[in-house]
Write a protein that binds this ligand. Structure first.
Ligand code: EPZ
Length: 425
């Protein structure tokens, strides 16, 4: 297994391009199952997760054309040859569960493995299944598989989510595009990735109102057609690199971004003493290395609140801030696995349930650490940028799941970083 080795202490400069959003791309990939015509995605991030979704789509009969380095993915689900998503594929990446709704809506039946829990929490799928039941599907769970059937097609329904779920909103939205009549999704998630999915579905012929609000109204249509769609920029990747610059100091312009989707993070960084300038599709992040970071509290919330997917990164940054920061994680029950690893670098972090207190320290020292999940691992990169000496991060396959060309992008702005084969594990 590979390791990433990096050294801190060098201010960063230059510009850093942001890729297409992983969490949008994965759902857009699933949406290709809704039509017998080609769906072509551009600005497509080449990641372990998106390649993994391709494997599943191919298994279901989708013809895929994705030349390496092109950023252009063509998916043609002319005929669906299987509507079974097996355990081996769903277990490795939860977002593959999101083929259930499109298969059910188009084929009238689907058998998809239950995803199970993962490192950051139990992550049940009950809200997804309740939405499909409300739309007339029969759902049975048998031997770890969800067996869903709506042999006469799904019908429109009013679905009120008891709390906000990104995945359940996206899943119900996709299925509703082909249901008979009107579906209303209330207390829907408002993440920009949902707006991207809804807009792509509209380009495919779907009828959807309320994008960007917590009520989505969908008028079902008989069929959808193909489309070309550009994946929105990855706000979490952009936010992560903004934290890298804040950590190392210097000045870097992030390009190909939508600054408004990062308002909550940019506000946190400004309050921490980082200078932020924004344009239409760029963000310049700067900090004089000698000017100290100030402690800021974080309370994760659904969009437009502070994203759980940036909590670990800001924690990495706050390890050397002046004062104490309180982190409240309200979305997932076990999302502080980075804390013990950050402590190995010298951070002072106390975790109690869903709250963590980070007391800024004067110095961090490089050490061997281990990545535990995608966002947790990149918080180690951020802390390592402030540490003396080298830090070696093992289990980097977590980083490869969600950060396209991480070493190339970071070395492009001045980070001394390399990948080595083999690990200390
Ligand atoms: C999406 O996960 C993202 N994943 C996550 O990003 C992100 O952290 C999360 O949304 C919140 O923003 C993808 O888009 C692929 P949820 P999702 O349903 O859809 C509970 C990353 O690092 N819940 O909004 O699974 C759930 O357990 C990943 O890129 C139920 O109880 O998140 C959680 O506590 C990690 N029952 C909360 O709701 C359900 O049926 C919110 O989860 C569904 C969810």
């Amino acid at each position: 297994m590979d390791r990433i080795i990096l050294s801190g202490g060098t201010p960063l400069s230059g510009s850093l391009p942001i890729s297409g959003a992983k969490n949008s791309a994965l759902k857009l990939q699933a949406a290709s199952l809704l039509t017998s015509q080609p769906l072509v995605l551009t600005n497509m991030p080449e990641l372990a997760d998106t390649r993994f979704m391709v494997q599943l789509l191919e298994q279901l009969g989708v013809q895929v054309f994705w030349p390496k380095g092109s950023g252009r993915l063509s998916m043609h689900a002319e005929a669906i040859t299987s509507s079974i998503a097996p355990y081996d594929l769903v277990r490795k990446m939860r977002a593959t569960f999101n083929v259930l709704g499109p298969l059910l809506a188009r084929e009238g039946h689907a058998t998809v493995s239950l995803p199970g829990g993962c490192a950051i929490g139990a992550r049940p799928v009950d809200l997804h299944l309740k939405a499909f039941e409300a739309m007339g599907a029969d759902i049975h769970i048998e031997a770890g598989y969800v067996k869903a059937a709506a042999l006469r097609g799904l019908k429109g329904a009013r679905v009120v989510f008891p709390f906000v779920s990104v995945g359940a909103t996206e899943h119900a939205l996709m299925a509703a595009t082909l249901a008979r009549g009107e579906t209303v999704l209330e207390n829907a998630a408002r993440e920009p990735e949902i707006g991207d999915l809804a807009s792509c579905l509209i380009a495919m012929g779907a009828k959807i109102d309320g994008i960007g609000t917590s009520t989505l109204t969908i008028q079902g249509v008989d069929s959808l057609h193909g489309a070309n769609w550009k994946v929105i920029p990855d706000r979490i990747e952009a936010g992560t690199y903004a934290c890298c610059v804040a950590a190392a100091g210097g000045g870097v312009t992030l390009t190909d971004v939508v600054p408004s989707t990062l308002s909550s993070l940019l506000d946190v960084l400004s309050r921490a003493g980082v200078s932020i300038e924004t344009g239409e599709d760029w963000i310049k992040v700067s900090r004089t290395p000698s000017s100290p970071l100030k402690a800021v509290d974080i309370d994760t919330q659904p969009y437009p609140g502070f994203p759980t997917d940036l909590q670990a990164q800001v924690m990495g940054l706050m390890t050397m801030a002046e004062g104490a920061s309180i982190f409240r994680e309200n979305i997932f029950e076990n999302r502080f696995m980075h804390a013990p690893e950050l402590r190995r670098l010298g951070a002072d972090i106390t975790v109690r349930g869903s709250e963590a207190v980070v007391r800024g320290v004067k110095e961090l020292k490089g050490a061997p650490v281990m990545a535990t999940d995608l966002r947790a691992s990149v918080s180690l990169v951020i802390a390592a940028l402030m540490a003396d000496d080298e830090t070696s991060i093992s289990r980097v396959y977590h980083l490869d799941r969600g950060f396209e060309r991480l070493e190339e992008k970071l070395s492009g702005v001045g980070v001394t970083i390399r990948r080595a084969s083999g690990s200390d594990e």
